[in-house]
Design a protein around this ligand. Structure first.
Ligand SMILES: [Zn+2]
Ligand SMILES: [Zn+2]
Length: 379
């Protein structure tokens, strides 16, 4: 079948993206679902900073690639051997198609699945090579097994999590990456307890989701740090108890927590901010690294902080989440009013405006823009 999809053919840092147009909407051929795969009509796909990192080359991926990895859709068809979902089911899409069998999956850390990492790294699907071809008949890679800025997508059944049909698509679209990663970082990786202090550096979709997770976990105080005033104000509405610009954050954190926070979340992807997080936590404190720095960046920190002060630095990919456990759980928190993710929604755009949306995100003006990929949001 044909599908209109957003394709990246060469990395670009030339701004503004709204003028330089690093990606274009192309009509691709999408193969039918094979054994263990499902065809999904994409209902809503959010633009995430990791998409920009592929565009600007910070995340090195095989090109050309059909982008988009944070989305929700409706199952249209299933290949042989699919028992987990049926046509008509609403599904959140997950960017790590955990196999369920490898050592990491068996150990309860599906975000680290070796099979999924291999498939994602090569731009393939978990069960086979790319199903996307361009007008010239050449293959186009899948982004993280999802490629959601498209009318339709075929995914491994391991890439979808069924969700209740009453959750609005715009809300549900954010749970597969931003919410899973940010809320997972504080709930799963930092394992926050009620009354524990935490700091979140970087208030994009993932950082704000960490604020939401910290609030749901009963943390106090929840200190949000970002240079953009509008983002700090939004963090306060989402449950942060205090918010500061980076230049005043260190002093304020020391005062509020009598010396240092019990945990800090780095959602920027900057070694400099990771070092600031390490000095913002108290003796015994945990720093959770969730932002993705470019692969050539190096972290330099006081080496004594670990053995000497009992601090730890924890990496958190996809919020150490178990998607089939955590997405329904976080949706329950949303339903109860405890995780109001809709406040992160900063606009809905058609597929053809993808370069405009990228510029809005890159400039810091937008948090989560939702792409109306197949007309289901405007219908
Ligand atoms: Zn993402
Ligand atoms: Zn696995």
């Amino acid at each position: 079948m044909k599908t209109r999809a957003v394709v990246l053919r060469g990395t670009s840092t030339a701004r503004p993206y709204s003028d330089t147009r690093p990606v274009e909407v192309e009509e691709l051929e999408l193969g039918a679902p094979r054994e263990g795969e499902v065809l999904v009509r994409i209902a809503a796909a959010s633009l995430c900073h990791s998409d920009l990192s592929v565009v600007n080359g910070d995340r090195v991926r095989p090109l050309p690639m059909a982008l988009g990895h944070e989305a929700v859709g409706v199952v249209q068809d299933t290949g042989p051997g699919v028992g987990r979902v049926s046509p008509g089911d609403h599904v959140a899409l997950v960017f790590v198609p955990s196999c369920g069998f490898c050592g990491d999956c068996a150990a309860g850390r599906p975000a680290l699945c070796a099979q999924a990492a291999a498939a994602n790294g090569s731009g393939a699907l978990l069960h086979g090579p790319s199903l996307l071809t361009d007008a010239a008949g050449n293959p186009v890679h899948h982004q993280l097994g999802v490629s959601a800025f498209s009318e339709h997508a075929v995914l491994a059944q391991e890439s979808v999590v069924p969700i209740p049909k009453d959750v609005p698509f715009t809300v549900a679209s954010m749970f597969g990456c931003a919410v899973l990663t940010g809320a997972g970082a504080v709930i799963n990786t930092a394992a926050l307890r009620p009354g524990q202090s935490t700091v979140v550096y970087g208030l994009g979709g993932v950082g704000l989701s960490a604020v939401l997770g910290a609030r749901a976990a009963g943390a106090y105080p929840i200190i949000a740090v970002d240079p953009v005033q509008e983002k700090r104000e939004l963090a306060l509405r989402l449950g942060a108890t205090h918010a500061y610009a980076p230049d005043e954050a260190a002093r304020q954190i020391r005062e509020l927590t009598s010396g240092g926070a019990e945990s800090a979340v780095e959602a920027v992807g900057s070694p400099k901010v990771m070092a600031q997080c390490l000095s913002a936590v108290a003796r015994g404190g945990k720093v959770v690294s969730v932002g993705l720095p470019a692969p050539d960046r190096v972290l330099e920190v006081p080496a004594l902080a670990f053995a000497g002060e009992g601090k730890s630095l924890l990496g958190s990919y996809m919020g150490d989440a178990v998607p089939r456990r955590d997405i329904p759980r976080f949706l329950d928190l949303w339903r109860a009013g405890l995780m109001p993710v809709e406040q992160m929604h900063t606009g809905t755009l058609p597929l053809s405006d993808i370069n405009v949306a990228m510029e809005e995100l890159a400039s810091g003006r937008a948090i989560r823009q939702v792409i109306d990929t197949s007309g289901m949001l405007s219908a």
